[in-house]
Ligand binder design. Structure first.
Ligand code: F1P
Length: 356
């Protein structure tokens, strides 16, 4: 019998080594990907998933469009089934990327069926199980075998599937990102070693009651995932916003029991730091996660996590995740909860058909 939280902690801490495995697996599939995409005209990309994999779809769509310039959009899988006219544009060739850890979530499986019915395009599945429905229904599936999880809350499955979407974006752009992505395991391990203790301090701080995660561009999907981890693992009040959007109403909720976590970008750094400083003046606790190149003045050095990746924003996207996952884990553990088995949740949501 596993100890309380044992699965979740192991799955968070093992991410760097699983990232190496996943990139090796991806490299073994490059020929198949090139073959599938050869001579394929792709006018738009649609990414679809549920829960964590919806947030991963948001991150993936932002990363793909930034690198490939192909219009890319993310939707909850249910929207493809229930509102196809809003999602599918006539004309041109659409590629659907269906993302699902389990590969069995009913909405995602049915989204693929709906796409097949209405559109003439390819389906790529990104999943952790190559013998489950999503992989079987796809024209090509990328499987993160190394990222299997026993915990209900997605952690390493999310980051490994994210790495595969980034590697795939490189193939589509004919600009391989693999050499850059292969630096992530070492950088991720260094970050965990450097900041695990701070994550435990923050997660165990009982003064904090509310969590707000702010991020822009491809980091908004990561901010949403951090929000969901905090909810799933510790049943805490948490929200996510595009950084500057926070001023437009939601900041009314800020008090001295609120932690505002800013996932700082390069493009928006100055504006994003201004939001954090404004919230700090309003009495909020703050935490900035930023690339080392520009060190924002946010008071106590414990308010800033430096990624020190030496990478551009695009390839370093998943480096924000491990510490955010650890903060949620330690909060759950400090409150006597079991993050391996979040209340009211199962690892796969199976429904009767959405069409009836
Ligand atoms: C999607 C999902 C998870 C969530 C929970 C229920 O699963 O919503 O994101 O954490 O486990 O299922 P999947 O389609 O990615 O397997």
């Amino acid at each position: 019998m596993a100890e309380r939280g044992e699965y979740t902690l192991n799955e968070i801490l093992s991410q760097p080594s699983t990232w190496s495995e996943t990139l090796k697996d991806f490299k073994s599939r490059r020929k198949d990907i090139k073959e599938l995409l050869r001579d394929q005209q792709i006018d738009r990309l649609i990414f679809a998933g549920c829960g964590s994999t919806h947030y991963l779809s948001m991150t993936a769509a932002a990363l793909f469009q930034t690198l490939t310039s192909v219009p890319s959009h993310a939707y909850p899988a249910s929207e493809l089934v229930l509102f196809p006219d809003m999602v599918f544009a006539p004309g041109g060739r659409t590629l659907l990327v269906a993302i699902s850890r389990s590969g069995e979530t009913t909405e995602t499986v049915e989204a693929i069926n709906k796409f097949r019915t209405l559109m003439d395009g390819l389906v790529i599945g990104i999943t952790c199980y190559g013998d489950h429905s999503v992989a079987k229904q796809a024209d090509l599936s990328l499987v993160a075998e190394a990222a299997h999880e026993d915990s209900v809350a997605q952690t390493r499955s999310f980051s490994n599937m994210a790495i595969m979407t980034q590697a795939m974006a490189g193939e589509l752009a004919k600009n391989s990102q693999i050499p850059m992505l292969e630096r992530l395991p070492d950088l991720g391990q260094k970050l965990i070693n450097s900041y695990r203790k701070l994550a435990q301090e923050i997660g165990s701080n009982s003064e904090i009651e509310r969590f707000v995660f702010l991020g822009g561009g491809e980091l908004y999907g990561i901010a949403c995932e951090a929000m969901l981890k905090m909810k799933e693992m510790s049943l805490s009040y948490s929200e996510a916003f595009h950084t500057l959007e926070f001023r437009h109403g939601p900041m009314s909720m800020v008090n001295n029991r609120t932690l505002i976590v800013g996932l700082l970008s390069d493009n928006g750094l100055r504006q994003e730091v201004a939001v954090l400083k404004q919230m700090q003046e309003m009495g909020a606790h703050i935490l900035a996660i930023t690339e080392e190149n520009i060190i924002p003045d946010l008071g106590d050095k414990k308010n800033v996590i430096h990624l020190k990746s030496g990478m551009a924003a695009w390839p370093r996207t998943i480096l924000y995740l491990p510490i955010l996952q650890l903060i949620a884990y330690y909060r759950a553990m400090s409150r006597g909860q079991n993050p391996d088995r979040p209340a009211n949740l199962s690892s796969v949501v199976r429904l009767d058909s959405l069409e009836c």
